[in-house]
Each structure stands twice: as structure tokens, then as C-alpha cells.
Design a protein around this ligand. Structure first.
Ligand code: NAD
Length: 468
């Protein structure tokens, strides 16, 4: 077990107060995280403000190189980062687990190096020249969740740095250690103050709230729940901060009558159970046409039954525990309520500690809480429909609008249904796939703004129009 530090102005900074970060598979302490005070935040913001004066003036080539160097650092330390991530987050090393997440973070960092926002000439004639410039904003505050902590920190930090901003990042108290380590690695290749980290337990100190209010921070990029996102939005109003909010989802999958149930079972399973269901754009409710309903239920249960669940540090595990008690209790409450209304195809009873087996509950109706609430865990409700218009209406009958999917042998027909779903990403015969060149974000209460691609990069800039 070791102590972890903040990084402020390129230096390790410890806090007088610390808190335990527990391994969700065993309950053992993985490390002690610093419980930052408001003074630490002020120091971090001040360091980032000073660094901004020079970093914002660096050439494109310097920032491209910085992103590439960060990608290389992540690559050099990939296995150690993955081991730490598994111990604090719970996800397995293998499958779509920690090694996958660290590899993704490295790839995303490298891709961000290739993005650019060149000056756009809006007009160039005898009336004059009008150019649109994209300028860095200042200090960006990044607030991240516990489900994909390293990947999401890279999604926030790299485009900010690429476009000339400086950063203060605050990870979730449930999985902060790998992010604190990531920022140390970044500081091996960046000038002091460009990326700083702070951390808090959210009980005795809530640095996320303090960041949202801080007058020295120009923009908040936040990934987390809708409720906290609303608080960030309200708190940030006073200083008119720019916001990118990536919030919760309750993604629907719609299975059309023409599918082969066995052929889609694997895709359906991983669409829902990626990272044990603790993924914003996981499939969280499944609508299946009555003509294939029994076949899909059976094929999905057969596939899920064979999935090895165990401590993430065991190489054979493919799913691990739920990350924390609060999340576990939410899953259990929703499953307990659903069990009495629907038919349990698999799972349904909690395991040891924070382990909860993959759970499939069929025959639920559209208004059962496991369907209407974001469970964010390993439990999938299945709802039978007879008319595709009803399925589309029910899929859209949600305040959330992050992702959705349609499953069919007829891709053209699936595309027509997909285009009517109210969500920021929609997939045909898969669910949840994202890539660094495609903008990603939610509609309705699932957030505002996008990440990834040039559209995502643009969110870290102010527009300045130059008339000459
Ligand atoms: P959360 O909202 O509880 O916490 C997110 C972050 O906000 C943490 O760092 C937390 O410390 C911080 N925080 C707590 N109180 C705050 C306050 N008052 N002001 C500012 N920050 C505060 O979310 P979580 O439980 O860590 O993550 C799970 C949620 O995140 C799910 O709803 C999931 O769908 C969502 N999520 C969304 C995306 C996306 O891209 N849309 C990605 C991952 C997770």
C-alpha cells in the first residue's frame, strides 16, 4: 500500500488529510489518496494560470509532440497502470478491462495529436478578409467518474492540452489513484503547471463543487451522473463557465423480428454488460419483438451463463465486482423490485462482497424501475413488443438520450428505425462502440456538447473572428 500525491506545478504535493481507496474485490486498501483542501485547488489553478501564459503561445508542433509523448508514456507504463486500475476499480485485467482501457487511452492520446483546427477563411474579397480563429480558453477543470477513469481523463485532458489550454483534473474518490499516477507521467513530458491534479473524498471536502465555482477556471468538462451534472451547471452559472457535460444514459436496444437470436447474443451481451454494465453508453433496456422473444432470451442467457466472474486480478476473470457499495445497493434495489414483476432468466441474487452476477430479467413492462432508471450495473431488463412503433415510442420515452441500437438482418430497415431514436449515437447490430474520430455526446438530459473528433476539440476553444 502506498501514499499517492497530487501534482501541482510539476511537483508532488501531499495533503495532511488522506482517505482510503478500497479494492472492490477484496475490501483491502489499495492506497491512500490525498484529500485536497480549497487551498490546494487555489494553488493548482494558479499554477495552471501561469502555465497558460506560455503554453497557449506554443506552436502547433510543440503541442502535437506533447500529445505523442503522453501516448508514449502511457504505453511505457501500461501494465503498471492496468494493475493499479484493476485493484482500485475492480475491472478485470483482461477482456474489455484494464489492459483494454489503458490501450484505449494510449490510442486516444495519439489520435488527439493528429487533430487540428486551422484558421477558417469566411470571406476574402474586395470588401475585406474575415477569418475564424480558434483560441485556447485558459484553465480547464476536468471532473471524472469512476467507471473508465483513465480513459475519460485522457478524453478530457488531451484535447485541452492539444488546443493550448492548461488543466486541473479531479478524479472520482472511488478510483482516483490511476489518474493521479497518469498525471505524474504526463508531467514527465509537459512543462510544470500544464496539467495538475487534485482529489477529494466528497464527504469532508468536495473539490468538484469548488472547481465548478472557481473564478480562475474558464471551462468545466464533466463526466458523471445527471444529478451531479445539474449541480455543476448551476454552480458554474455565476462565472459563466463553458461546459461540456457527458452525463448518464438509459440506452435502449430494439431487436426487430428478422434476427437470428444466436448470432446476436454475444453482441447484445457485451452491449449491456461491458464493464459490468457500469458504462454510460451501455445498453440498459432491451425491447424484443414477440416473434423472436423466447429465442433471444434463451440465446442471451446461454451466452451470459458461460462468462467467468471473479477478482479482476485473476487472469481468467472477464467480469469483476461492482465498484462501490452505493452502486451495488442501487443495482440490488432495482433487481429486487424487478424480480417480483418479471421472470429471472439468470442471476438475480447478490454474490460475496460487491460481486453481483450477470442478471437477465424478462417479461418486464416499460414502466418498471429497472427499465426507467439507469441501473449502471450488471442487470438487463427485457421487454416484449409486438409493434415496432411501440418499441420506438418506448425507447424515446426517457429523459435520457445518450445511445441506442437496432438489431436486424436488414441493415436498411434498421437504419430507418435508428434514425428515429432520440440519442447522440446509434448503432446497428452492435452497441456502445466509440472511436476517436467520431463525435460522442448525449441529447436531452444526457448532456451538452460532444467529445472526440474536431467537433470535440473545438469545445476547448473560444472563437475569435478577425476582420481585416
Ligand atoms: P458522479 O456524478 O457521482 O461523480 C462524477 C464526478 O463528480 C466525481 O469526480 C465526483 O467526485 C464529482 N462530484 C461529486 N459532487 C460534485 C459536485 N457537487 N460538483 C462537481 N463535481 C462533483 O458520477 P459517477 O457515479 O462517478 O459516474 C457514474 C455516472 O456517470 C453514470 O450516470 C454514468 O452514466 C455517467 N457517465 C457518463 C459518461 C458519458 O460520457 N456520458 C461516461 C461515463 C459515466
Amino acid at each position: 500500500m502506498s501514499d499517492f500525491s497530487m501534482t501541482i506545478n510539476g511537483q508532488p504535493v501531499s495533503a495532511a488529510d488522506q482517505f482510503d481507496v478500497k479494492n472492490p474485490a477484496t475490501g483491502d486498501t489499495v492506497g491512500l489518496a490525498p484529500n485536497s483542501s480549497k487551498d490546494h485547488l487555489d494553488l493548482a489553478v494558479a499554477a495552471a494560470q501561469v502555465a497558460f501564459t506560455t503554453w497557449s503561445q506554443t506552436s502547433d508542433a510543440v503541442r502535437v509532440q506533447a500529445c505523442q509523448d503522453i501516448a508514449a508514456k502511457i504505453g511505457e507504463h501500461a501494465e503498471a497502470l492496468a494493475q493499479l486500475l484493476t485493484r482500485e476499480q475492480g475491472k478485470p485485467l483482461n477482456g474489455i478491462g484494464s489492459r483494454f482501457e489503458i490501450g484505449g487511452a494510449q490510442a486516444w492520446a495519439a489520435h488527439t495529436a493528429s487533430l487540428s483546427l486551422p484558421v477558417k477563411v469566411l470571406q476574402d474579397n474586395e470588401q475585406g478578409r474575415v477569418e475564424l480563429h480558434r483560441k485556447p480558453m485558459g484553465v480547464v477543470g476536468s471532473i471524472t467518474p469512476w467507471n473508465w477513469p483513465v480513459m475519460i481523463a485522457v478524453w478530457h485532458i488531451l484535447p485541452a492540452v492539444r488546443s493550448g489550454n492548461t488543466v486541473v483534473v479531479k478524479p472520482s474518490p472511488y478510483a482516483p489513484l490511476s489518474t493521479l499516477r497518469l498525471v505524474e507521467l504526463m508531467n514527465q513530458v509537459l512543462p510544470p503547471g500544464v496539467v495538475n491534479s487534485v482529489c477529494s473524498d466528497d464527504r469532508t471536502s468536495n473539490i468538484g463543487a469548488a472547481m465548478s465555482a472557481h473564478p480562475g477556471i474558464r471551462k468545466i468538462v464533466f463526466t458523471g451522473s445527471i444529478n451531479t451534472g445539474k449541480k455543476v451547471m448551476a454552480t458554474a452559472a455565476d462565472t459563466v463557465k463553458r461546459l461540456t457535460l457527458e452525463l448518464g444514459g438509459n440506452d435502449a436496444g430494439i431487436v426487430l423480428p428478422d434476427v437470428d437470436p444466436k448470432a446476436i447474443a454475444e453482441g447484445l451481451f457485451w452491449g449491456a454488460f461491458i464493464n459490468n454494465g457500469q458504462t454510460c453508453a451501455a445498453m440498459k433496456r432491451l425491447y424484443v419483438h414477440e416473434s423472436v422473444y423466447d429465442g433471444v432470451c434463451a440465446a442471451l442467457a446461454d451466452y451470459a451463463r458461460a462468462i467467468p466472474v471473479g477478482p479482476g486480478t485473476e487472469e481468467a476473470s472477464v467480469l469483476g465486482p461492482i465498484n462501490n457499495r452505493m452502486q451495488f445497493d442501487k443495482v440490488q434495489r432495482l433487481v429486487d423490485a424487478a424480480k417480483h414483476k418479471g421472470r429471472v432468466l439468470l442471476g438475480g441474487e447478490p454474490g460475496e462482497g460487491l460481486f453481483f452476477p450477470p442478471t437477465l430479467i424478462a417479461d418486464l413492462s416499460h414502466d418498471d424501475p429497472l427499465v426507467t432508471e439507469e441501473q449502471f450495473g450488471p442487470a438487463l431488463p427485457i421487454i416484449k413488443y409486438s409493434n415496432v412503433e411501440d418499441a420506438i415510442r418506448q425507447a424515446n420515452d426517457s429523459p435520457n438520450g445518450l445511445g441506442g441500437s437496432v438489431w436486424s438482418r436488414d441493415v436498411e430497415k434498421a437504419r430507418q428505425v435508428a434514425s428515429r431514436m432520440e440519442c447522440g449515437s446509434v448503432w446497428i447490430n452492435k452497441h456502445g462502440a466509440i472511436q476517436p474520430n467520431a463525435p460522442f455526446g448525449g441529447v436531452k438530459s444526457s448532456g451538452c456538447g460532444v467529445e472526440f473528433g474536431e467537433e470535440g476539440l473545438a469545445e476547448y476553444t473560444d472563437i475569435q473572428v478577425m476582420f481585416s
